[in-house]
Design a protein around this ligand. Structure first.
Ligand code: SAH
Length: 474
């Protein structure tokens, strides 16, 4: 059985509870909280229900389930809360025959709807549904969520509703309206603790809204340069995830794992801007042009790059452009490939005895003998991480050896680091120089070189179903 969560408006709608005992009270209190017009059908009422009856909180029909036919006209739902299985079954049959929603307490088979565990901060309701698998699990989840939600969430939601109605009159772009509300909600969660009274909350919302509206009606969009991490979708930051969930447009690079785009807001426009090596369709100028165009339309754009945008990500070309055009932007860092791959190797890139530092180098420049400071790179006591090295591995190893780095210096190559297809190759620089052509490395691959790699123990094949390769030992 699978249960679609829906919310039903039951305010002033007739709802019948059959039964007058303990179970009926729980259901009665729930329906009352949501404003239903409650009818109770039972031969007798227990003491607590009788007290409520005196206060006119429901309409009482003395009788049994067999009298349902007299009372069901115009009824939204029926709850079977008797202690007789036979009666409950008859109530369920009756409701189904007449097309009325029915809940038989603690009996999934006989119910056409079930009530979830609920957190109710009117008008906000959070519902937890375990499809009847475990009510205890549902209430435990509810307790956990409850701790995350500010007490004044309900009042805030009511104020927000008024604010939304005002915005509808205002001619803000839909994307601006969304951003406006998002900002307001984020500010509320950041300040909720200090907004203990209704008047404080109201002042906060009004002041905040005025400021945000002023900022947004200037109609300039915003760009977020976001790091998508090395590949594993779980290795992106919470901030990056939030940006993806609230933006209007995503311009993403070739290195970004497509699964990360699943975090994006469903109707955000997603544009692949390639930048594969040698791919000339997407020049930097063209990307900058798009960033500008969307900003002028007031849109929120995420510029999503593999790893960290500030490490070999050409972020500066974009940030300079954005500054020049007065387009507001933020940078959200990501886990760079070096760190993701080091984690795969379970190795520290620095070490008290073997590596006093670590250098990130672009191997792309390795062919050009002048461009890299090989004498500096070839000194020991540090870890070298070469990005963009898949096709330049031999050149890197040869240059390091020629400039004095011992040929036995340990080296690992991580191909497709942190992804399911990850492969690790291990050896020394002399070995890799000799075997470069046999390896047929795939992109992206990272070369990590240095004495600290001597500590590599090989990794158990926990992640890749045996595909990790260990080529050679030092
Ligand atoms: N901004 C990115 C780097 C972009 S340069 C970052 O911070 O990681 C592209 C190079 O990064 C690739 O050629 C490769 O050397 C490296 N790289 C990126 N993702 C990788 C991965 N999952 N595994 C191995 N290397 C990776």
């Amino acid at each position: 059985m699978s249960w679609l969560p829906i919310s039903i408006n039951c305010e002033n709608k007739q709802c019948i509870i059959v039964g007058g005992g303990e179970t009926a009270i729980r259901k009665y209190l729930l329906l009352r909280e949501f404003g239903a017009k409650i009818h109770i059908l039972a031969p007798e009422l227990n003491e607590q229900l009788a007290t409520h009856l005196k206060q006119d909180h429901f309409i009482y029909h003395q009788g049994t389930h067999q009298d349902l036919a007299k009372h069901y006209q115009g009824c939204l739902l029926i709850i079977a809360a008797t202690d007789s299985q036979e009666a409950n079954k008859a109530i369920s049959d009756f409701a189904n025959e007449h097309g009325i929603l029915v809940n038989v307490v603690d009996n999934l088979e006989l119910s056409s709807y079930i009530t979830p565990a609920i957190i109710h901060r009117d008008p906000v309701t959070v519902a937890i549904n375990t499809a009847g698998s475990s009510p205890i699990l549902a209430t435990t989840i509810r307790e956990k969520i409850e701790k995350l939600l500010p007490m004044n969430l309900g009042s805030f939601a009511s104020h927000l509703k008024i604010m939304r109605d005002k915005l509808t009159v205002n001619d803000l772009l839909p994307s601006l309206k969304r951003r406006f509300q998002k900002k307001l909600v984020d500010h509320f969660f950041a300040n909720a603790e200090c907004l203990s009274t209704k008047s404080k909350l109201k002042t906060f919302i009004e002041q905040d809204a005025a400021l945000i509206e002023k900022h947004l009606t200037e109609k300039m969009g915003e760009v977020q340069l976001v790091g998508a991490g090395p590949g594993d979708p779980e290795l992106i930051t919470i901030k990056a995830m939030r940006a993806l969930q609230t933006c209007d447009v995503i311009l993403y690079d070739n290195l970004v794992n497509p699964n990360i785009l699943r975090y994006a807001r469903r109707d955000a426009e997603q544009i692949y801007v390639g930048k594969k090596l040698g791919d000339r369709r997407w020049t930097q100028d063209k990307i900058n042009h798009l960033l500008n165009e969307y900003a002028q339309q007031g849109k929120m754009t995420v510029r999503l790059k593999g790893g960290d945008p500030l490490i070999f990500g050409r972020a500066n070309e974009e940030s300079e452009f954005l500054m020049k055009h007065n387009i507001p932007f933020q940078v959200i860092p990501g886990i760079t490939a070096a760190l993701g791959c080091a984690a795969s190797l379970k190795l520290s890139l620095t070490h008290r005895d073997f590596a006093h530092g670590c250098i990130f180098v672009s191997a792309y420049l390795a062919d050009d003998a002048q461009s890299l400071n090989w004498p500096l790179l070839a000194t020991s006591n540090k870890t070298l991480v070469f990005y963009m090295g898949a096709t330049r591995m031999q050149c890197v190893c040869d240059n390091l050896m020629q400039h004095g780095l011992a040929e036995t210096t340990a080296m690992a190559i991580v191909e497709n680091g942190t992804l399911d297809e990850e492969k690790i190759y291990y050896g020394n620089i002399n070995y890799f120089s000799k075997n470069a052509e046999n390896l047929e490395l795939k992109r992206p691959s990272l070369l990590i070189i240095g004495d600290v790699l001597k500590l590599f123990k090989g990794t158990p094949m926990e992640k890749n179903h045996g595909s990790k390769e260990r080529l050679n030992s030092v």
